[in-house]
Design a protein around this ligand. Structure first.
Ligand code: SAM
Length: 228
């Protein structure tokens, strides 16, 4: 394992999704870079692993990269995890991966959960080609992005927070009312559910639903019709 950087996916809710390889890697590396030491600390507790944790998040990434790379070059192995899902996907990590590659450090991916791909795979919407946009801008640039997305032909995957999910559905009913949408809430968790319909239908239905938790929004490719 010496001199390697492991990019390790972790559960997006259900701890049963930890594979043997994920657990083995976290147990065998010398140290783990993580977003929130409390979140990863709990995961390690569940796995009965004691390991050095280094806080590595959007704020500290720039400061810590050099230190992490030096340790790997000196012979240690490091796992990078995020709070949930696959590191680097709407989460920190890509700059560390890039630096490692430039420094000729071997980067090994340990696959596992990712909310976007899981949502797409159960959406029933076309998967041959799709675009992942993560979180669209909260304020400045949001309208421009929505206009752009309205022109997008492929299936679109978005992440949205609980604070803006209703706003997003209202915006979709304005910018792309004809496109079928699947909202996936709390994937892999106890209150997992899917809302399927056109944006205006979903807004009406929302009144009777619990609007809590985490959301992935999958928007059908242009012209796609239900029961095709
Ligand atoms: N790196 C993560 C991944 O691989 O999916 C994504 C991290 S991003 C900071 C967090 C967002 O991912 C949430 O706001 C939500 O949009 C989506 N997400 C993560 N877990 C989810 C879940 N269990 N159910 C639905 N959406 C989820």
């Amino acid at each position: 394992m010496k001199n390697k950087l492991y990019i390790v996916a972790t559960p997006i809710g259900n701890l049963g999704d930890i594979s043997k390889r994920i657990a083995d890697t976290l147990s065998e590396v010398d140290f783990i870079c993580c977003e929130d030491t409390r979140v990863t600390g709990n995961l390690l507790k569940h796995l009965k692993i004691t390991k050095e944790l280094i806080s590595f998040n959007a704020k500290s990434e720039t400061k810590k990269i050099g230190y992490v790379i030096e340790r790997i070059k000196k012979g240690e192995s490091c796992a990078l995890v995020s709070d949930a899902g696959t590191p680097g996907i709407s989460d920190p990590g890509i700059r560390l991966v890039n630096t490692a590659i430039n420094e000729f450090i071997e980067v090994v991916g340990i696959p596992g959960p990712n909310a976007a791909i899981l949502a797409l795979s159960i959406s029933g919407l076309p998967t041959e080609s799709f675009v992942f946009e993560g979180f669209i801008p909260q304020k400045k640039g949001r309208q421009k992005k929505l206009k752009e997305l309205a022109e997008e032909k492929r299936t679109i995957i978005l992440y949205e927070s609980v604070y803006r999910i209703e706003k997003l559905l209202n915006e979709l009913s304005e910018y792309m009312p004809e496109r079928f949408v699947v909202v996936c809430r709390e994937l892999t968790k106890k209150f997992e559910e899917y809302w399927r319909g056109f944006p205006s239908q979903l807004i009406d239905e929302m009144e009777s639903k619990t609007v809590k938790g985490e959301f992935v929004v999958v928007i059908a490719s242009l012209g796609w019709k239900e029961k095709e």
